[in-house]
Ligand binder design. Structure first.
Ligand code: UN1
Length: 491
């Protein structure tokens, strides 16, 4: 069976591919009434699904993971068409979906709580974990399927019903994934109707999900502006959210760093995915003794990268998502120049072949210091390079921005590496040694601090955020001793 891309091809709003700017589909956005009805259906699905034993819930995820394995190549092509990342990176993204399914299957037998020492005789105290309710995921164009799967596979395993509002810029792969999940549910007796629903639309659909008290947990990936709006709406109703927002990720290059690792790690993290990962490397903080030599090597490495049609083999980076993204890229480079920067690369390429697409050469920008533009996340391949003298100064520069997602240090000096990953080091949710800032595995908790939003998704023990924790105190005596020695003997 092939893939089902079921969103409408006619009517509605056009959906473009960044590969050449052409129209590849159309979106008919949800109305307030249809979104409301979907939430109601999800509530009904939840009341059934929560009663299914979690290892059985895991079995559904196993089926979906296997369907993704069977259709990995087609799904990867759709990811490339949707967001313009290279086919190789798109395969990596679909692999993340498969990996989180495997993780969730194992997790389905490990949703265990603590037993806790109680101060009262013949009592038992324990934590139990229960399904929470309706989970909603808002995902961004740049990882059109992986980020959804991190949240949704865990949420379904935890016994929740799920709703997905993908980016309106990347509907092909979203629609195909939702179709495969629906297929996994088809002959799975315990799966209720509408266990997972996909809602197409823009910010208004997301805002409605955030505002609705029937949505127990909302996970949002995207801009800080979007996250601020979701967070304040959810907080006003005292709901729960998981936010994974902007990053402004830095790597420190110390004098002892293995240069080969630096060149490969920095080039992939800065220019891969055309700098459109939230984990993309945007700031390089280089010891003054190796700065000039490294800049020369990086200039060469950047100029050798092949920017082109991401469906073609051998291409390192595809286009930006659209022409407005290229305008922001150009504006950032202009501002960097005005703030004393020297820009290498950064020009538009392939404009004759693809006039409606946004292909740019990655830019390396030497900056005198961390000026205002360096504090800004521009979603494109721009790497600002600055100098440092002491490791303490470098760490302070790493931490000086408002975002706190990912960070890295390249060093062979264990004192520097340990300091960077210690409580006195990087203040980010991800702190790496001798690898770049991007390309995290699904096994770890993914997310960051400060304006990145504080949420964690994917592996480790993030599942706890998708469940309701109950503390149970059970008295199996014939007495009623009160905690803290309180006496109340009226009866
Ligand atoms: C994102 O850009 O929103 O660590 C997610 C990485 C990928 C996920 C990025 N595994 O770069």
């Amino acid at each position: 069976m092939g893939l089902d891309v079921s969103f409408s091809r006619s009517g509605g709003l056009p959906v473009h591919t960044p590969v050449d700017g052409s129209v590849i589909g159309a979106m008919n956005p949800e109305t307030a009434a249809s979104t409301d009805a979907a939430i109601e259906r999800a509530v009904a699905a939840f009341t059934q699904w929560r009663a299914v034993p979690s290892p059985r819930r895991g079995e559904l995820i196993r089926r979906f993971g296997n369907l993704c394995r069977d259709h990995k190549e087609e799904l990867s092509c759709l990811v490339t068409l949707d967001c313009g990342k290279t086919l190789d990176e798109a395969r990596g993204e679909v692999q993340e979906v498969i990996d989180i399914c495997d993780f969730a299957v194992g997790l389905s037998r490990q949703l265990h709580g603590l037993s806790i020492a109680t101060e009262r005789p013949n009592h038992r105290m324990a934590e139990t974990w229960h399904p929470l309710g309706v989970f909603a995921q808002i995902s961004a164009f740049n990882f059109p399927v992986a980020v959804w799967s991190w949240g949704t596979m865990i949420a379904l395993t935890c016994g929740n019903a799920a709703i997905w509002k993908p980016s309106e810029k990347s509907l092909l792969s979203a629609s195909a994934c939702a179709g495969l999940l629906a297929r996994a549910c088809e002959d799975f007796a315990e799966a209720p109707a509408h266990l997972h629903q996909i809602l197409t639309g823009g910010g208004d659909v997301g805002a409605q999900l955030a505002a609705d008290p029937r949505v127990s947990l909302i996970s949002a990936t995207g801009s800080t502006r979007m996250g601020r709006s979701v967070a304040s709406t959810v907080a006003a109703r005292l709901g729960r959210s998981i936010l994974e927002l902007g990053g402004n990720n830095a790597a420190i290059v110390t004098p002892s760093a293995n240069r080969e690792l630096v060149l490969r790690g920095v080039t992939f993290s800065a220019a891969g995915t055309s700098g459109q990962r939230c984990t993309s490397l945007r700031r390089l903080i280089v010891h003054e003794s190796v700065h000039d030599e490294l800049v020369g090597q990086l200039k060469r490495a950047f100029s050798q990268l092949r920017v082109g049609n991401p469906l073609e083999p051998g291409v390192h980076a595809g286009p930006l998502i659209d022409l407005p993204a290229m305008e922001m890229f150009n504006a950032a480079l202009d501002q960097a120049r005005a703030e004393g920067g020297t820009v290498h690369g950064g020009q538009r390429v392939l404009a004759e072949d693809y006039p409606d697409a946004a292909y740019v050469a990655p830019a390396l920008v030497e900056m005198p210091s961390q000026t205002p533009i360096v504090h800004t996340e521009t979603f494109g391949p721009i790497l600002y390079v600055m100098r440092y003298r002491t490791i303490e100064e470098a760490i302070a520069m790493n931490n000086a921005v408002l975002q706190g997602l990912s960070s890295a240090i390249f060093t062979d000096n264990m004192r520097e590496a340990e300091l960077f990953t210690s409580s006195l080091g990087s203040d980010c949710g991800i702190a790496n040694v001798n690898i770049g800032t991007s390309g995290a595995e699904i096994g770890g908790a993914f997310g960051g601090e400060k304006e990145t939003g504080g949420g964690r998704a994917s592996g480790s023990d993030t599942w706890k955020a998708y469940m309701r924790r109950a503390t149970n105190t059970i008295n199996y005596s014939t007495d009623l001793p009160l905690a803290q020695g309180v006496r109340f003997d009226a009866a």
